[in-house]
Design a protein around this ligand. Structure first.
Ligand SMILES: C[S@@+](CC[C@H](N)C(=O)[O-])C[C@H]1O[C@@H](n2cnc3c(N)ncnc32)[C@H](O)[C@@H]1O
Length: 193
């Protein structure tokens, strides 16, 4: 799938330093997977003159993917409540003047800066996030497991809150994107009303 951008490699090294996993091991918050990062980069690259938001910076892996791809006139604001991760992410992104790492509650901070052309929802309350995206803007949720990868008796086969949120909101044209590993997926939607 190609080499990782240098900024992403730097963020992954920061993750190792603070003990934040690069895989979804289920024991706590983890960094976004390369498949998610590449998808975010595809969307970020189209945000000409735009504004990108991220809820839950972690140490900046997703932000590094987006900053590496977004146009020169695009800005990114990412919010994290954990002070150790904020410090690590600011160090990773120190040379990126287009990126602001804010410490605080992700919804409150981004609501003050909305609307966004692209919003990556990866930490914090998600029930009102469609309001933060402009018409035509994109919303991405991480950490969904494809139905085919779930055990036969998993309740998530019929009822996954993230999938349900996306597919039930009439303001979004949405779909699930299964990553190349076939074990993880994300939800993406475009706000149309
Ligand atoms: C899955 S990790 C984020 C990974 C990151 N987006 C990436 O691409 O690597 C979730 C993060 O959200 C943060 N978080 C959870 N609730 C939050 C809130 N209400 N406001 C800000 N950050 C929050 C956690 O501290 C954690 O670092």
């Amino acid at each position: 799938m190609g080499e990782l951008p240098a900024l992403v490699v730097r963020a992954q090294m920061a993750a190792a330093e603070v003990g934040m996993p690069l895989t979804r091991d289920g024991t706590g918050p983890s960094c976004c997977l390369p498949g998610v990062g590449r998808f975010l980069a595809v969307l970020a690259a189209g945000c000409v003159g735009g504004m990108i938001g991220e809820m839950g910076t972690g140490v900046g892996v997703g932000a590094a993917w987006m900053a590496s791809a977004m146009p020169a006139d695009c800005r990114l604001v990412t919010v994290e409540m954990d002070p150790v991760r904020v410090t690590a992410a600011r160090r990773v992104l120190a040379d990126e003047s287009r990126v602001e790492v804010v410490q605080g509650d992700s919804f409150d901070e981004l609501a003050r800066r909305a609307p966004f052309d692209l919003l990556f929802v990866d930490g914090g309350p998600s029930d009102q996030v469609v309001d933060l995206v402009r018409i035509g803007g994109r919303l991405v949720f991480d950490d969904v497991t494809p139905v085919a990868a779930l055990p036969a008796d998993s309740p998530f086969r019929t009822n996954d809150p993230k999938r349900d949120f996306f597919l039930a909101d009439p303001r979004l044209v949405a779909t699930e994107v299964v990553l190349p590993d076939l074990r993880n997926s994300l939800m993406v939607g475009t706000r149309v009303q």
